[in-house]
Design a protein around this ligand. Structure first.
Ligand SMILES: C[S@@+](CC[C@H](N)C(=O)[O-])C[C@H]1O[C@@H](n2cnc3c(N)ncnc32)[C@H](O)[C@@H]1O
Length: 313
């Protein structure tokens, strides 16, 4: 791994290293320094570089239809990254449960994505909600939680309305980095507060800093899986504190044709002070800020906060 890869976070780089090498192109070969305004290429399988990358480079965005984030990527999400990050998310959650000795029986996982964390949460909770604003991710979540009693809701986390208040809200794998600023963070935290029981717990993780100044530039990454081929254009903007990832996907259809679509993922890196203040201003008491991975890098933070009873409602 290069210094740059280590630095990069979010949907751009937490790629599942278990994808067979001949199916995925994300290892480093050749140019891997991010010089200002220069395009760099990352490939996994060195032997494929010449044959595959050249073909991939000819993707013409004009031929692709634009979709909302996770519409098409939902079909690749689990295998490309969801499965890779899940163990760390589960570890961080269970460490905190133990540390704070929470007793939790009702949980809403907001920004639940494909529902794999919900499956884990179902071991200890009797009431479960899965909330996401992407119909495609929710569809996957329903399939991934077959046999588990989960109430799924298609909602924006900033307008969260659960049928009943819960003991705990989880919001994992950088979902709050999709909120563009402090004001939208506060809107989400206020909505969480309205749906938690007094003293309820919020567990979330986020990217505080995805790259430092000077590490600006554009990278490309190619990910292939079965009949899907995707090209990722990753723009890091440390000054603007965020990243923009454009994913172009091509998929062979059953009728022999090819579907082409692209989506743009914009994430903001929230400074810890911003997150902490927004939480405190919306009635939460900070219980813990740690790294998601024990002894891990501090570019992926895990937060536990409790809703102070008097601010409830
Ligand atoms: C990086 S994925 C994380 C999914 C899941 N939590 C996990 O750990 O794998 C981010 C998820 O948040 C959802 N999301 C992003 N912004 C949202 C919003 N404002 N309201 C609801 N869901 C949102 C996306 O659709 C996506 O499923």
């Amino acid at each position: 791994m290069t210094r740059l890869e280590k630095k990069m976070t979010g949907i751009n780089t937490r790629i599942n290293n278990k994808i067979p090498v001949d199916r995925m192109y994300s290892d480093v070969n050749g140019k891997n320094k991010l010089d200002s305004n220069q395009e760099s290429e990352i490939y996994t399988n060195k032997s494929k570089v010449n044959s595959t990358s050249i073909g991939e480079k000819t993707h013409n965005k004009a031929k692709y239809r634009r979709c909302a984030p996770y519409t098409i990527f939902s079909s690749l999400y689990d295998v490309a990254m969801g499965e890779a990050v899940l163990p760390s998310i589960i570890d961080a959650f269970s460490r905190s449960l133990k540390k704070h000795q929470f007793s939790i029986t009702s949980i809403a996982d907001v920004g639940c994505g494909t529902g794999r964390f919900l499956r884990y949460l179902s071991r200890n909770s009797t009431v479960l909600y899965g909330v996401d604003n992407s119909p495609s991710m929710l569809k996957r979540a329903v399939a991934n939680t077959a046999g588990v009693d989960v109430n799924f809701l298609e909602q924006d986390i900033r307008q969260l309305v659960l049928p009943d208040e819960v003991d705990c809200i989880t919001c994992t794998f950088d979902t709050i980095n999709y909120l563009p600023n402090r004001c939208e963070l506060k809107r989400a935290f206020q909505a969480f507060a309205r749906n938690l029981k007094p003293g309820g717990v919020l567990v979330l993780d986020y990217i505080p800093e995805g790259a430092s100044e000077g590490e600006t530039g554009i990278l490309r990454q190619f990910v292939k899986w079965k009949s899907m081929s995707s090209q990722w254009r990753i723009e890091l903007d440390p000054k603007g504190r965020g990243s923009r990832v454009t994913i172009l996907m091509r998929q062979k259809r059953r009728d022999g044709g090819t579907s082409r679509a692209y989506e743009v993922h914009e994430q903001r890196w929230h400074a810890p002070d911003t997150v902490d203040n927004a939480l405190q201003e919306t009635g939460f008491e900070m219980l813990e800020t740690s790294t998601v991975e024990p002894n891990g890098k501090n570019n992926w933070l895990h937060v536990v906060a409790r809703l102070m009873p008097m601010t409830h409602g």
